[in-house]
Structures are given as structure tokens and as C-alpha cells.
Ligand binder design. Structure first.
Ligand SMILES: CCCCCCCCC/C=C/C(=O)SCCNC(=O)CCNC(=O)[C@H](O)C(C)(C)COP(=O)(O)OP(=O)(O)OC[C@H]1O[C@@H](n2cnc3c(N)ncnc32)[C@H](O)[C@@H]1OP(=O)(O)O
Length: 289
């Protein structure tokens, strides 16, 4: 197995620390001490996101995430990834607002391109992706769950999930909207997106933005048991099927990437939008007191 170094400065725990054999010891995986080592165990990689305090998507974090995903995708040892957070405050707070506030068009262009790259890599991944959502998950933070094959949410009132962009005075891009529509349907998406709804667990399950809600301490074990089901299907058949279903949605972004970047840069550069974002950031800081 190739060595996968931890990202500098950022945490990506890609697998439990190895035992004597160099293979992961099941007991060392966060929250899953009783799982027995079996053939499928070696086939899945836990990917724990750690960009304190809230796993917001800084440019550096996104870049490292893409590199790590590429390594996992190319390592034939792995057939699936369970993505979870190693930050106590959040699964992900989405786009790091400091990346899209007060910077220049060249920076916005680079940032948006990298975010698109991450989306494409996840959405068209050949691996089984399961999101083990163990904290709040807002706006761009939903990019990972919405591109996953299965979503498990912790049953905790703090674990709100949704695309709340309109509350920040911005609009979710079409490639955030499309997977949501594919998952929860047109009418529910209209409602959720326009109002910028953040769903608490029971409502998230009801609307279908997550597939399962379980107590927080069972998120990881449930993810492992769901992974077993998915890995029971031959990869080639599952991958062909996934690609058939997802390609039309992915092609829309592939085809309109440059226009989407231009639209984003001109939108985010507007004074009124910059003001809204700055106010939102300031409010986040005030709420803390
Ligand atoms: C045409 C084309 C159209 C395209 C148009 C444009 C499309 C853009 C799409 C954008 C998508 C997005 O994801 S926009 C981002 C949306 N994200 C959100 O709304 C989530 C905001 N965050 C939260 O709600 C909360 O922080 C939450 C995650 C629940 C954790 O709450 P807590 O009380 O535990 O912790 P907090 O004290 O709030 O947060 C800890 C610190 O992290 C900071 N922080 C929190 N979220 C942050 C964030 N997203 N970016 C930067 N910093 C953030 C806080 O300010 C604090 O900083 P200090 O005070 O310094 O410690």
C-alpha cells in the first residue's frame, strides 16, 4: 500500500494508525472499537476532516482534500470512503467566508475552480462515498454529503443540515442545487433553497436530505454497516450504474465551468454582496459572545 502522508497543518486522517502488520487496527478507529477486521474492512478508508474550528473550506484545505481523494481513488486497495469530521464544532461550515470576502477576482477565480474540482471528483467518484455527518453542515459544507452515495446524520439538535446560502444574501450555484433536486425532488428543493432552510435531524430525514438519523455515538458504526451492504455489490456494476445516473448532472458543470466561474466572480465582487457577507461574518462572531 502506498504511504499516504497526513496533510501539513490540516488534518486528514485517512486510516487508523497501523498495527504491527502496518494494517489498521479496528480498535483505533474513532467510535468503532468492536468492529471485527474482515475483508471489507481493508477495502474502506475512513477520511476524517480536520480544519479547526469548523472545517470551513479554505483554499488550502480544499486543495489538500482533492490530493488525498485522488490518492485514495488511485489506490486499488480501497473501494469506499467514510467521510466524517474530526472537528467537534461542525461537520463543515462550508465555504470559508474569508476566501470570498475582501479578495481580488484572480483569487475568487482560483477558489471557485478548486471548489468545482472537488465537486466533480466527489460526484463522479468510483468509490462508495458515505458521509457520516457528526456535526452541523451548512451551505457548501453539504457539498460532501450531497455528492456522497449515502448520508447518515447524528441525532442532535445542533446537527442542522442544508443549503442556507440565501440567508447570507447569496444564491447556491446550480451544481449545489442539482444534486439536492436529485435527492429530495423539485418542490422540496424550491422550498429549501429559497428559504435557506437548515433542517434539524428529524426533518432532514423526512425531507430525504439524509438517509438515516442515528444517535451520535452510532454514526460511525452505522456507516460501517451501510458500507458493508454497498461493498457487497460488484464494483463494476455499481460504478457503471452510478455513472449512468450521475453523468448528465456532472456534464452540466463540465460544459458550463468557465461561465460558472465568470458568473461567480462578477457576483461575489459586487459591493452589495461583499457587504452582506461581511455582515454575516460579523454576526457569527457576535453570536459567540
Ligand atoms: C451566479 C453564481 C452564484 C454563486 C454565488 C456564491 C455562492 C457561494 C456559495 C457559498 C457557500 C457557503 O458555504 S457560504 C458559508 C455558509 N456557512 C454557514 O452559514 C455556517 C456558518 N457557521 C455557523 O453556523 C457556525 O459557526 C457553526 C458551524 C454552526 C458552529 O457554531 P459554533 O457556535 O460552534 O462556532 P462559531 O463560534 O460560530 O464558529 C467558530 C469560528 O469559526 C468561524 N466560522 C464559522 N463558519 C465560518 C465560515 N463559513 N467561514 C469562515 N469562518 C467561519 C466563526 O466566525 C468563529 O470564528 P472566531 O470568532 O474567529 O472564533
Amino acid at each position: 500500500m502506498p504511504h499516504l502522508p497526513p496533510a501539513q497543518g490540516l488534518g486528514f486522517r485517512m486510516r487508523p494508525s497501523g498495527g504491527k502488520s502496518g494494517r489498521p487496527a479496528a480498535r483505533s478507529v474513532h467510535g468503532v472499537s468492536e468492529v471485527s477486521a474482515s475483508w471489507w474492512w481493508w477495502s474502506q478508508a475512513p477520511l476524517q476532516l480536520k480544519n479547526l474550528p469548523v472545517n470551513s473550506f479554505s483554499l488550502e484545505f480544499l486543495t489538500e482534500l482533492i490530493i488525498n481523494l485522488e490518492k485514495l481513488e488511485n489506490d486499488k486497495t480501497f473501494r469506499g470512503i467514510i467521510i466524517t469530521s474530526d472537528c467537534p464544532k461542525a461537520f463543515s461550515a462550508g465555504v470559508d467566508l474569508r476566501e470570498i470576502c475582501g479578495k481580488n477576482p484572480a483569487h475568487y477565480t482560483e477558489y471557485w475552480k478548486v471548489l468545482q474540482d472537488l465537486w466533480l471528483r466527489l460526484y463522479l467518484s468510483n468509490l462508495v462515498l458515505i458521509s457520516a455527518i457528526n456535526g452541523p453542515c451548512a451551505a457548501g459544507g453539504c457539498l460532501i454529503p450531497l455528492t456522497s452515495d449515502y448520508r447518515i446524520l447524528a441525532d442532535n439538535p445542533k446537527c442542522l443540515i442544508g443549503l442556507n446560502e440565501t440567508r447570507l444574501g447569496i444564491s447556491a450555484p446550480f451544481w449545489f442545487k442539482d444534486p439536492l433536486v436529485n435527492i429530495i425532488g423539485h418542490r422540496a428543493s424550491e422550498h429549501a433553497l429559497q428559504l435557506g432552510l437548515l433542517f434539524p435531524p428529524a426533518e432532514a430525514l423526512q425531507v430525504g436530505i439524509v438517509d438515516k438519523v442515528v444517535p451520535k455515538d452510532q454514526v460511525q458504526s452505522t456507516a460501517l454497516s451501510v458500507m458493508t451492504q454497498w461493498l457487497a455489490i460488484p464494483d463494476h456494476a455499481r460504478q457503471l450504474t452510478k455513472n449512468m445516473i450521475r453523468k448528465p448532472t456532472a456534464d452540466l458543470l463540465v460544459k458550463h465551468r468557465d461561465t460558472d466561474i465568470q458568473n461567480f466572480v462578477s457576483f461575489i465582487s459586487r459591493d452589495s454582496i461583499q457587504k452582506s457577507l461581511q455582515m454575516y461574518l460579523a454576526k457569527l462572531k457576535q453570536n459567540k459572545d
